[in-house]
Each structure stands twice: as structure tokens, then as C-alpha cells.
Design a protein around this ligand. Structure first.
Ligand code: ADP
Ligand code: MG
Length: 238
């Protein structure tokens, strides 16, 4: 089953043509990394997939259904932002449960999912704390926990580690890889960090100026970059 299929997706803001004929397939359970320089359209592409922006043209299919007109909360997707985007006036439990309450999930279901996510992310001792009382790494884990409790089929991560220091980045990267194997969900992960891309990805999509430059496994791109641009990002140094 294909988790996500983008077919000739374009996105313009007024006269600015940001995404150009994007065609990408994500298989169920696949970990796909989007890489490309700042401003090439990575965040816009995630927002279009999530439904936070409308595509100007083209089709978005999730788990076999065309979702162009489906609101974000009904797409079976959860997104984790670089900035965490936690609610400061809600404690960790409140941040993690808000979307489930809005969905009208029963209390017992909400509690079970929060406990499960808290265990996975070692957040048990912090459930009553507020974001201002947490470290950057803990905040990012809460943001990931908030996505997990929704049990999405597809996770979208937008440079989730870029605000963390190097040691924490490595730990959190390993944690995300573990989550992927535990949850079995499809994940799309945006980064401009070559190590993250090479270590996490089943498949890498290289974007440049709103276009797909090359798609392949880390080894394919490393050994056979389509051009100098891809080589510069991911290719072998020779
Ligand atoms: P990336 O995440 O790869 O750094 P973005 O998707 O944030 O790139 O941005 C891609 C391009 O789209 C940039 O030129 C940016 O200025 C433009 N852009 C993004 N959002 C908007 C918007 N709401 N209105 C106008 N231009 C936008
Ligand atoms: Mg971005």
C-alpha cells in the first residue's frame, strides 16, 4: 500500500512559484528524508501534504484516497515542527491530550495513549510540568509525544533537531529511529543535515529550487549522484 502519493503538485504564493511538478511516493512504513538548501520549499511541501496550505494544482493521495479537500485533522497525519510549537499555558499532559480531546476521544483512551507515549519518550516524570520548566530536548520530545498520541499513519517532521545541540541531536535521532521501528508508521523527515539523512532514510528526496532533483536510497545517491548538486549534498567526496 502506498502511504502518500504526490502527483504533479504545484504551489504558488501569488507570482512566486514555490513547488514545481512534485512527484513523490512514500510506501507504508517507509522513512523518507527530504533534503535541500534553505528556501527550496521543504516546509511548504510538508504544509501542503498536511493540508495547512492548499496545492495550487496536482493531487495528493493518502492511503489511496485523494485528500486535496480534506481538512488537516482528517488526513491521518501528525506534524512535528522545528519550533516545538507547544502551548505555554498547558502542562505536558495538556499539550499531549489537546488534539485527542478535540477529537472527542474517551478519557480512558486518552489516558492510555498518553501513558504509552510518555513511556516511549521517557516523559513520565514530566507530565505535570509546563514547557517553560523543560529543557529544549524535553520540549522536542513532548512535541513528538503530541504527534504519537494521535496514532497517525504518517508523521511529518520539519527539521525537528535543528534547535538542539550536537549531543542531544544524536540521542534524539536515535530515539526517532527507534520510534519508527516500534510504531511501523510512515515518516517524512526534513533536514539539511547529511548525517541525519544518511542514517535515518530508507529513501532520500533531494529538492532544489522547488523541484525534485533526485530520489533514491542513501547508497544510490552517495554512489551515483545525478549531478554536482546532489553530490555536493550527499555524494562521495571523490
Ligand atoms: P525551506 O523550508 O526549504 O527553507 P520554505 O518552504 O520555507 O523553504 O520556503 C520556500 C519558498 O517559499 C521561499 O522562497 C519562501 O520565501 C516562500 N514562501 C513560503 N511561504 C510563503 C508564504 N506564505 N508567502 C509567500 N512566500 C512564501
Ligand atoms: Mg523550512
Amino acid at each position: 500500500m502506498t502511504a502518500l502519493s504526490l502527483r504533479n503538485v504545484n504551489k504558488s504564493f501569488g507570482d512566486i512559484h514555490v513547488l514545481k511538478d512534485i512527484n513523490i511516493e512514500v510506501e507504508e512504513g517507509e522513512f523518507v528524508v527530504f533534503v535541500g538548501p534553505s528556501g527550496c520549499g521543504k516546509s511548504t511541501l510538508l504544509r501542503v501534504i498536511a493540508g495547512l496550505e492548499d496545492a495550487t494544482s496536482g493531487e495528493i493521495h493518502i492511503a489511496g484516497n485523494q485528500v486535496n479537500l480534506t481538512p488537516p485533522s482528517k488526513r491521518g497525519i501528525a506534524m512535528v515542527f522545528q519550533s516545538y510549537a507547544l502551548y505555554p499555558h498547558l502542562n505536558v499532559r495538556g499539550n499531549m491530550t489537546l488534539a485527542l480531546k478535540q477529537e472527542g476521544q474517551p478519557k480512558a483512551v486518552i489516558e492510555e495513549r498518553v501513558q504509552k507515549a510518555a513511556n516511549m519518550l521517557d516523559l513520565g516524570p514530566y507530565l505535570d510540568r509546563y514547557p517553560s520548566e523543560l529543557s529544549g530536548g524535553q520540549r522536542q520530545r513532548v512535541a513528538i509525544g503530541r504527534a504519537i498520541v494521535r496514532e497517525p499513519k504518517l508523521f511529518l517532521f520539519d527539521e525537528p533537531l535543528s534547535n538542539l545541540d550536537a549531543a542531544l541531536r544524536m540521542n534524539t535521532r536515535i530515539e526517532i529511529a527507534n520510534l519508527h521501528s516500534q510504531l511501523g508508521a510512515s515518516m517524512i523527515y526534513v533536514t539539511h543535515d547529511q548525517t541525519e539523512a544518511m542514517t535515518l532514510a530508507d529513501k532520500i528526496v533531494v529538492l532544489r529550487d522547488g523541484r525534485v532533483e533526485q530520489i533514491g536510497s542513501p547508497m544510490e545517491l552517495y554512489n551515483n549522484p545525478a549531478n554536482q548538486f546532489v553530490a555536493g549534498f550527499l555524494g562521495s567526496p571523490s
